[in-house]
Design a protein around this ligand. Structure first.
Ligand code: NAP
Ligand code: MN
Length: 267
């Protein structure tokens, strides 16, 4: 089996990375950064997001596992004290794979330029470069509302505990093939009206944003922020690609939510 390790880059994560690499090679596994069967992320959620994007072209052939050395580590199930246990598990036991949905974002441009397609693990957000974002929102090709406000956030179920949660969105179990659209500070008065509630869409529905006046937007894909000019539309839906996590022991999603947001383990 071939593995690679992505580190957050701080001293603790780098030291762990070297230790794990040596242990796994001692067990006869091969270090291969270009075509790993398993990718070990050492750091936090940011590190796992980075690893996801690094290997996004071979998601069907790669399983991810996270070790957290940081604060939260929502995607990272293992702590540094457990690495001997984890190394033995990786080397010796066949692991289960759980799949989580990802988000497909397709940006189309005025003047027929080439469209761009992205995959997000957490979310994509859209904001204006300056002033209020004004967007027509279509769901399944039908006009839903004209949004005015700070921005819009479309998240995956596993990303629903990230930016989406700060916007008052629901936490969605990642076994549901869905995406969630959440508002950022919409303008609501007797002239302008939006639904106000986050919307959860099934996998066969697309959500498309169409600019009303500006055409330049700051669009994030997870930790990546890019300025897109002359945008004609931004389309979101559940992607065909999934992220695969290697599971060596059960860690229910709701336990992870509890441990991350309510109290540490055993409380
Ligand atoms: P960051 O500024 O370090 O991330 C912000 C926090 O979100 C960190 O504590 C991070 O955990 C945590 N996080 C990331 N994904 C999560 C998830 N799926 N569930 C729960 N918490 C999660 O930047 P980053 O590490 O590069 O992460 C980028 C993400 O930051 C974006 O995808 C977005 O979701 C989030 N973000 C949140 C807000 C907000 O809540 N207002 C604003 C901007 C961006 P770690 O410390 O383990 O990395
Ligand atoms: Mn981070």
């Amino acid at each position: 089996m071939k593995f690679s390790i992505t580190s957050k880059g701080n001293a603790q994560s780098n030291a762990l990375m070297h230790k794990i690499r040596t242990y796994l090679q001692d067990f006869g596994l091969t270090y291969d950064e270009s075509q790993p069967d398993i990718v070990i992320s050492v750091g936090g959620d940011g590190t796992l997001l980075y690893a996801f994007h690094r290997y996004s072209s071979r998601l069907d052939k790669t399983a991810f596992v996270g070790i957290h050395t940081g604060h939260l580590g929502f995607y990272a199930d293992w702590v540094p004290d457990e690495i001997e246990k984890l190394v033995i598990a990786i080397a010796k036991t066949p692991y289960q794979v759980v799949e989580y949905p990802t988000l497909e974002v397709i940006i189309r441009y005025q003047h027929g330029g080439k469209e761009t397609r992205y995959l997000a693990l957490n979310e994509s957000t859209v904001k204006c470069v300056e002033g209020t974002l004004v967007m027509d929102i279509e769901i399944k090709g039908l006009h839903f509302e004209r949004f005015r406000g700070d921005g819009l956030c479309v998240s995956t179920p596993s990303g629903s505990t990230a930016y989406n949660k700060a916007l008052g969105g629901a936490i969605i179990h990642p076994s549901l093939q869905a995406i969630q659209l959440a508002e950022m500070a919409s303008i609501n008065n007797k002239v302008f009206r939006t639904i106000g509630s986050p919307l959860i869409l099934p996998s066969h529905h697309t959500c498309t944003l169409k600019p009303v006046r500006d055409q330049d937007f700051m669009i994030t894909i997870d930790h990546l922020t890019l300025l897109h000019k002359d945008v004609k539309s931004i389309q979101f839906r559940v992607a065909n690609e999934k992220i695969r996590f290697a599971r060596f022991r059960p860690l229910p999603f709701w336990t992870r939510v509890h441990d991350s947001f309510i109290a540490d383990k055993d409380q």
